[in-house]
Design a binder for this molecule. Structure first.
Ligand code: SF4
Ligand code: SF4
Length: 316
């Protein structure tokens, strides 16, 4: 059974497949609220093509990461693989409950998901159970949790997306992976153009949303030089040094549509997930990633405009 599930998942572009028994999850884990009969959690992880991050790295094209690396993965690739694995399990007489992350629902009353428009999120939906995707992926043995809160895999580093099938089939589990990748180097922290990740790895979701959307002018080729002209703190915002409350973040987000969003409420990532890219480059440089390329991802120093480019001349 395990090999057949792996085969189907891989035929449908899953790069990593992991199996966790129910006893790796606490009795109050959302897994059991979603499907009390869960005996095995199956994780399917998919690479985000390294080339999807290329445009932001070069400063040449920005929609490819969001359309191909986020929207296409979440709306097409992952659901199809979940569907095929689930159909096979049901054809064998088992329950199969596919679990794709719902990007627009969250239990928290005042948080956000940087990957979708903040005003398209339904908050405080505690009845809408969602799995803890990161912990469940670790429990299935497909990776480890990095300081930044990203899932790190030995094959692709943080350049992965993943989903699950819950089933009442009892399937031989995979071993947990020893955490060996994150060395607490802090490069994810320093790479963020909005200082959204604290040195201890805590991520401020609102700060992240603002800078994911491109509020740092030194990394945004589409920002006009007079952006945020009526804001006294405009240069702090543009330099990524503003410390934003959720209210202020909302105000800024309403004003930084410098680039068209993808469909399904996915705004274009202008930061290009700089935190994950820095982590990937670090792991690649250390030689610890098993998926090798002929050329390193980063071949020159990252580019940046100057904050001075956004200074508005004073008129007498
Ligand atoms: S950049 Fe360094 S500290 Fe951050 S997650 Fe990667 S390995 Fe860990
Ligand atoms: S680099 Fe981008 S995705 Fe990462 S924390 Fe900063 S704003 Fe968020």
């Amino acid at each position: 059974m395990k090999e057949e599930i792996r085969r189907i998942a891989r035929e449908n572009f899953a790069d990593l497949v992991g199996f966790a028994p129910a006893d790796r999850f606490a009795p109050d884990d959302p897994v059991f609220r979603i499907f009390p009969g869960t005996k095995t959690v199956i994780a399917l992880a998919f690479r985000v093509l390294r080339g999807c991050y290329r445009g932001t790295e070069e400063g040449t094209t920005y929609y490819q990461y969001t359309t191909m690396g986020v929207e296409n993965m979440e709306e097409t690739i992952l659901p199809m693989a979940l569907w095929k694995v689930s159909v096979w399990l049901e054809s064998q007489g088992y329950v199969a409950v596919p679990q794709r992350r719902h990007q627009q629902i969250m239990a928290e009353p005042d948080s956000t998901n940087p990957e979708v428009a903040y005003d398209a999120i339904y908050r405080g939906r505690t009845a809408e159970n969602q799995m803890d995707f990161l912990s469940a992926a670790v429990a299935c043995g497909i990776g480890e949790k990095g300081l930044s809160g990203s899932l790190l895999t030995p094959e692709f580093g943080p350049m992965v997306r993943w989903a699950f099938v819950l089933t009442d089939a009892v399937i031989e589990p995979d071993d947990l992976r020893e955490p060996t990748l994150c060395d607490a180097c802090g490069k994810c922290v320093s790479a963020c153009p909005g200082h959204a990740i604290a040195p201890d790895g805590t991520r401020d979701p609102w700060q992240c949303a603002v800078y994911y959307n491109g509020a740092n002018g030194t990394k945004n080729p589409f920002m006009p030089p007079d952006a945020f002209a009526d804001c006294p703190d405009r240069l702090e915002i543009i330099a990524g040094e503003a410390d934003l409350t959720p209210e202020r973040a909302r105000e800024i987000l309403d004003r930084i549509y410098f680039y068209p969003p993808a469909q399904h409420a996915y705004p274009c990532s202008i930061c290009g997930k700089a935190c994950d890219v820095a982590c990937y480059c670090h792991l690649e440089e250390k030689g610890v990633l098993t998926r090798k390329f002929h050329r390193p991802f980063r071949e020159r120093e990252p580019w940046a405009f100057s904050v001075d480019d956004f200074k508005i001349p004073q008129t007498k």
